[in-house]
Design a protein around this ligand. Structure first.
Ligand code: AMP
Length: 489
């Protein structure tokens, strides 16, 4: 499996590895080492450039810990639950719905505890680990609870999504920024979920990064001013009918999908089309992307349309972005619970805005990028390499002296110091040059600059291209320009 191989590279190269490793670590928590962190930073910048800056949306940084009231209003306290069952023999806890789906291929989304227990009994399902009997199913809340203050603790939770800060702070931000509908607020940050069985590396974590945008608009005026950018575009849509008939996604024109009501409004259509373009730029093949219209039983009662962007991994299709038309649900609930009027004035009319939300999982997306860019040893060379999109590469270039003698390292350091001012570069002088190229390829560095004996004579170096392995000689003074050519997109 590609996943295990990429995970091995991530561990060995310190890219992404388990937290508190020296103490045995806890499932679902990972550290991003220097290379991983650099990739993540670049991903976030690219996401900002693509989804935020051109459209004048505002970004905030809200707190990770929020009081219980927030989640009472949002519905998380009651409804953010997963069904679990425990083995009476080995005590392992299983996600009841996943266990049933895996063992019977039945689709059980939205079923109650009683219904799930009944299926387990009827089908005679046992613990997959030890064959023991399974307990009755009960619901488990996925939020991580904490307490504020040393005495008489105030109950609070680590946020399970970044969106709630945006809703609770909406009024203040709208006023402070002299807002006008439509109005977009985004947040990139950590979210926490006490997942029952974290697994598949970055797919299901207990602490993960999300990037969410909430666009607030007047339901009487739902036009998206940027829709013209995407209206000609086709996107792979898996309709509810196609799902029932076991068919694949088909390419559907965004404008038509909005006009026929398949996609509920222009804002949602806009985001789906932009996501398709963005994920293709990330190197995910278009045929491995689809937007699945969630079935009625999977859709929250207040939503007027949920479309998950899914990627086809080796282990099946997985959601990487949740897109939802949340109507006025969140602002209405927070209005009711806080007793604050969260409506805005639109030409003398009071409007409680409606919301469209794309919710991106950053870790899952980066995992997909790593998996699709991974070229295993033997593919076209004798070592692993990553065909990372160059704008995500952890370093723009690596600088190597051919050998570590005869003044070459000193010259290489000198060049490294110059490049460092303009680019992100990595210096290495240990080991054979072939091994150093291989190490640079494995983490996706697009260009390697080598200082050799000729450099000492004519102020030229070689630049090697990661993808083609071709080398060319360039003047040191042209080096920055040449590397920029390689990394531009
Ligand atoms: P959701 O609110 O569940 O639709 O989540 C939005 C996005 O966050 C998903 O599409 C995932 O990419 C990401 N996500 C949700 N839960 C997890 C998790 N446990 N681990 C990693 N990413 C997650």
């Amino acid at each position: 499996m590609r996943l295990e191989k990429v995970q091995e590279v991530c561990l060995r190269r310190g890219i992404i590895f388990p937290s508190a490793e020296i103490y045995g670590s806890v499932a679902g928590f990972y550290e991003w080492g220097p290379i991983g962190f650099s990739i993540k930073k670049k991903f976030i910048e690219a996401w900002r450039d693509f989804f935020i800056k051109p459209y004048g949306f505002y970004e905030i940084e809200g707190s990770l810990v929020l009081p219980e009231k927030v989640f009472e209003a949002s519905g998380h306290l009651k409804g953010f639950v997963d069904p679990i069952t425990q083995c009476e023999n080995c005590k392992t806890i299983h996600r009841a719905d996943h266990l049933i789906e895996e063992c019977t291929k039945m689709f059980v989304e939205g079923k109650s505890e009683e219904e799930l227990t009944e299926i387990i009994r009827e089908k005679g399902l046992k613990c997959p680990r030890c064959g023991g009997n399974l307990s009755e199913v009960r619901m488990f809340n996925l939020m991580l609870k904490t307490e504020i203050s040393p005495v008489g603790g105030i109950p609070a939770y680590l946020r399970p999504e970044t969106a709630q800060n945006i809703f609770t702070s909406f009024s203040r931000i709208f006023k402070a920024m002299r807002g006008k509908l439509p109005f977009g607020i985004a947040q990139i940050g950590k979210s926490f979920r006490n997942e029952i069985s974290p697994r598949r590396f970055l797919i299901r974590l207990r602490e993960f990064h999300q990037a969410e945008i909430e666009v607030f608009f007047d339901p009487d005026n739902p036009e998206c001013p940027f829709f013209h950018e995407v209206e000609e575009k086709d996107i792979p849509l898996l309709t509810r009918e196609a799902q029932k008939e076991g068919k694949e996604a088909s390419m559907i024109n965004v404008k038509e999908a909005v006009e026929t009501g398949l996609i509920p409004n222009e804002w949602l259509g806009f985001f789906l089309a932009k996501e398709f373009e963005f994920y293709t730029k990330l190197g995910i093949p278009p045929e491995c992307l689809r937007f699945r219209h969630m079935l009625p039983e999977e859709t929250p009662h207040y939503s007027k349309g949920n479309f998950d962007l899914e990627i086809k991994f080796d282990f099946g299709w997985k959601e990487v972005v949740g897109n939802a038309y949340r109507t006025d649900y969140d602002l209405r609930r927070h209005s009711e619970f806080s007793k604050k009027d969260l409506s805005v004035d639109v030409n003398g009319k009071k409007v409680l805005p409606h919301v469209v939300e794309p919710s991106f999982g950053i870790d899952r997306t980066i995992l997909a990028v790593l998996l699709f860019s991974f070229r295993e040893k033997g593919y076209d060379r004798d070592w692993n390499w990553m065909k990372l999109p160059n704008f995500l590469a952890p370093f723009h270039a690596a600088v190597f002296p051919l050998v570590s003698k005869d003044g070459l390292p000193e010259k290489a350091r000198e060049i490294f110091e110059v490049l460092k001012k303009e680019l992100e570069v990595f210096y290495d002088e240990k080991g054979s040059i072939g091994k150093r190229y291989a190490r640079a390829d494995e983490i996706g560095i697009p260009a390697c600059v080598t200082i050799d004996y000729q450099t000492m004579e004519d102020e030229t170096v070689t630049i090697r291209d990661r993808d083609t392995k071709q080398q060319k000689r360039v003047k040191i003074e042209k080096l920055v320009e040449e590397i920029r050519k390689i990394i531009s997109y």
